[in-house]
Design a protein around this ligand. Structure first.
Ligand SMILES: Cc1cc2nc3c(=O)[nH]c(=O)nc-3n(C[C@H](O)[C@H](O)[C@H](O)COP(=O)(O)O)c2cc1C
Length: 281
């Protein structure tokens, strides 16, 4: 062990405190339990039976929470700008300051489409089911995520709590209300979460992937949430909007606001987006 290495470890503990993992560190325990091994992969992912049964396969294609009894806003045909991909990748930055000008409903439609919209029909040998594959990949095409929207300033979208149904391309209006106080109490970054034009919240319905992939399904839900949010952020950049991902929130309060139980479905991530103000914030 070199003297340099020892010095680095010592100074790291000055910054991060004691870096020794706990004996029963939950993160290490979870990661270990969700590793696949050739000798018992079959036991770990029993739900793979799904792949061999057409009826089950078809029944898993409508992976969205649906409340068709609620009033819904039909989203306009999504129109993503044809910005050069390299420029978009290079330009993305987190921006936390937003102009007072409202977002357009077409912006919200484009952002939602980039995030989790449908693009292709899945080939299960039963054509005509309509597109269910999305703009992002998903383990086993099970799509365990849901997207909610709180529009603070969006033209033609009255303030309410909405849920995105990508298969019908609508925003279901879950609840009317102001929600400022709920959001203020639920986030560490209330100036950003309330100052933006629209707040998007992504949740996972864990068992939509766990029934097939067991503990590893939880990993998949988190990985897929990253795919979704990155698409949303890149779409915001392409549309010349400001956006920042938010992981700093009080989970139970956000779950309560969304009306979800925090166990079968729980909030994972949020994105604040709006018209650019010019400043970084
Ligand atoms: C998982 C994750 C959680 C984040 N949570 C927050 C947050 O709660 N509040 C915030 O202001 N920025 C948040 N950010 C943004 C980071 O601060 C930002 O990405 C980082 O400073 C790098 O800057 P850039 O995005 O402009 O490249 C988060 C980013 C990630 C990836």
């Amino acid at each position: 062990m070199s003297a340099d290495y020892v010095r680095t470890v010592r100074s790291a503990s000055l910054v991060f405190g004691n870096t020794e993992p706990l004996q029963d560190d939950p993160a290490e325990g979870y990661h270990e339990s969700s590793k696949l091994y050739p000798s018992f992969a079959a036991r770990q992912t029993r739900g793979r039976l799904l792949d061999t049964h057409l009826g089950l396969r078809v029944s898993s294609l409508r992976s969205v929470k649906r409340s068709s009894h609620l009033p819904a806003v039909t989203l306009p045909e999504p129109a993503l700008p044809s910005a050069p991909f390299g420029d978009v990748i290079e330009a993305r930055r987190s921006e936390r300051a937003f102009a007072d000008a409202p977002l357009q409903l077409s912006d919200v439609a484009a952002l939602l489409h980039a995030a989790y919209g449908t693009t292709h029909e899945l080939d299960v040998g039963a054509p005509g089911l309509g597109p269910q594959l999305r703009t992002v990949p998903s383990g086993g095409a099970l799509f365990p995520l849901e997207v909610y929207v709180l529009p603070w300033r969006v033209d033609e979208l009255p303030r309410a709590l909405y849920h995105f149904d990508p298969l019908r391309r609508v925003l279901e209006r879950l609840r009317q209300g102001e929600f400022e106080e709920d959001v203020r109490a639920a986030t560490v970054y209330d100036d950003v979460a309330l100052g933006c034009g629209a707040l998007f919240v992504v949740s996972a319905m864990f068992w939509r992937t766990r029934f097939k992939y067991g503990l590893r399904g939880y990993r998949f839900a988190l990985l897929e949430c990253g795919h979704l949010v990155q698409n949303l952020l890149l779409a915001a950049t392409a549309l010349d909007l400001a956006a920042v991902p938010l992981g700093g929130f009080y989970d139970r309060r956000v779950d309560e606001l969304l009306g979800i139980d925090g166990v079968n479905e729980s909030a994972l991530y949020a994105v604040a987006t709006g018209v650019r103000s010019g400043g970084d914030g």
